[in-house]
Design a protein around this ligand. Sequence first.
Ligand SMILES: C[S@@+](CC[C@H](N)C(=O)[O-])C[C@H]1O[C@@H](n2cnc3c(N)ncnc32)[C@H](O)[C@@H]1O
Length: 271
Amino acid sequence: MSNRYTHGHHESVLRSHRRRTAENSAGYLVPHLSGDQDLLDVGCGPGTITVDLAARVRRVTALEVSEPALQLARETATAAGVANIDFAIGDAQHLDLPDACFDVVHAHQVLQHLADPVAALREMIRVTRPGGLVAVRDADYHGFIWYPAVPGLDRWLELYQEVARANHAEPDAGRHLYAWALAAVGDASTGSAAEVIPSASAWCFATEADRSWWSESWAARATESDFAEQAREAGHPDTELAAIAAAWREWGASPGGWLLIPHGEVLIRTQ
Ligand SMILES: C[S@@+](CC[C@H](N)C(=O)[O-])C[C@H]1O[C@@H](n2cnc3c(N)ncnc32)[C@H](O)[C@@H]1O
């Protein structure tokens, strides 16, 4: 089953993705990285995490299903003066790569967008060398907690779930990751994996600067991005999308406003 990427690569989406670093998005993996490893970053997007990971390992392959996204990752690497990254087009669910060719295979906020995340995990395990690591992290949208209560944000969450699920995606992937990893490991075709290690971490946006950045990004995403286009295609009028944008701005302007975004994480140590 093929599926459409819910967010697309509108500037408002990239604004959000470009704040990501190895520290704030791959903290569970960083202690396991070393300069003798080759790493595959699946669904690298604009590549800010990729560039950070490249500083910690020997060589990185940045893989994307989207050529425009891969081009953004190339530009991020060039701007950062990072030269140990190769760039490749591919689909996480059918990697055109030999078995056992990477020490670490990483995917951040990718499995939630796939129609078959377990197939992607099997592929990630397949291309990892024995004793290597597969590392995945995804948000869980129903787990978002915010303050103060803004009714328009409840509507945003419902609409996000509807649009993502119409794309055969799983917006609550965070809570599914461990079960998906166990299913992938249990599949005989991948061999056996020694260890599946679940963990969790969160992003918290609360300062005025963080609230302004997140709320303006989502206000624009609600009206201008691929998400907005898909919502319109599903019959949601511009007035509804404008109300969601206004709700994000209301939250952003609320003194003491606070947002928690929980993430599931899994490390799979291959055998
Ligand atoms: C939410 S973004 C995450 C980007 C990056 N990992 C980060 O966290 O900043 C998800 C990315 O996965 C890519 N993607 C979606 N489906 C994919 C697939 N089947 N194979 C590889 N990449 C895919 C999208 O193009 C998008 O750039």
